[in-house]
Design a protein around this ligand. Sequence first.
Ligand code: 1HN
Length: 348
Amino acid sequence: MASVPSARADYYRRIKPLHLTPLWEELHALVPREPNSPCIPALWRYADIRPLLMESANLITAEEAVRRVLVLENPAMQGRSSITQSLYAGLQLIMPGEIAPSHRHVQSALRFIVDGRGAYTTVGGERTTMYPGDFIITPSWAWHDHGNEGIAGDSEPVVWLDGLDIPLVRFFDAGFAENDESRAQQVQRPEGNSYARFGYNMVPVRHAHASATSPIFSYPYDRSREALARLQRDEPSDPWQGWKLRYINPLTGGAPMPTMATYLQLLPAGFCGQTHRATDGAVYSVVEGRGTAEIAGQRFAFQPQDTFVVPSWAPLRLQADEEVVLFSFSDRPVQQAIGIHRETFLND
Ligand code: 1HN
């Protein structure tokens, strides 16, 4: 019997030059009984990051950097510029008077405004001013540039959380990008035009086709927050997630982007959630309130402007010391499209 392993080892040596490998040695790892993510839970404290972000403004301009971003890299996936296997996240800074030049790429992007007022982004010829808590979309292949001109004479640094499907596109080796001829796009429609056409549960009668990405590219915080406040008043909260709403593409009812779903949820003060888990790992940005996220048994105390990541299938339990509002995004629409998404709600 002792000869069997060595006979196998010899066999493996002989098939290797032909670029052949024995499946039976890898089968269990290739087809795990349940998800076994290399991604680990982590939290980034904004109080730690803000001074370092501001310091970066002395080292490089937004224009030279193209995008001045500190990437939130999963601690167990170093060198991959990824926060989960499928998603990228970073905190982007734009100082008063700066411009981040116009370009476009196949990767879809979302912005969630974390700090400061007075910046704008122009997406496909329409500009939108960014306020804290706003959720903004850059569709795949749409021209986009950013700037910070201040509001009413006030000017301050503006920071937002970028979420992109970069690792997903890289996985498919399907990435294209190009720079615009001009630094900033020509604005072609008045601010708020997309919102007027698609943001009120109505659509222009002669606009028939739904595209993969929502035609609304800015979802202002005050409207989303108001919806949560009304639910809080009118109905009991979910024992796992509080009151949680998903953002939609109004033309399809589906996620705002083909690759990323986004959510806003409210946890009442004193909320002590039950455990749930899902196959879509998610990135959370804390908008309001302090609390704790218990992720795979590890406790992370959070406060406003912090970011944390919940890996695929990691049990998550949320607690709120104060009234808490969380924004989050994940790759759920991709998993649903291929029919593999799973979610369970446990009774602790
Ligand atoms: C990008 O275009 C932006 O447009 C932000 O603000 C982050 C990360 C990688 C590649 C492109 C932006 C990005 C990015």
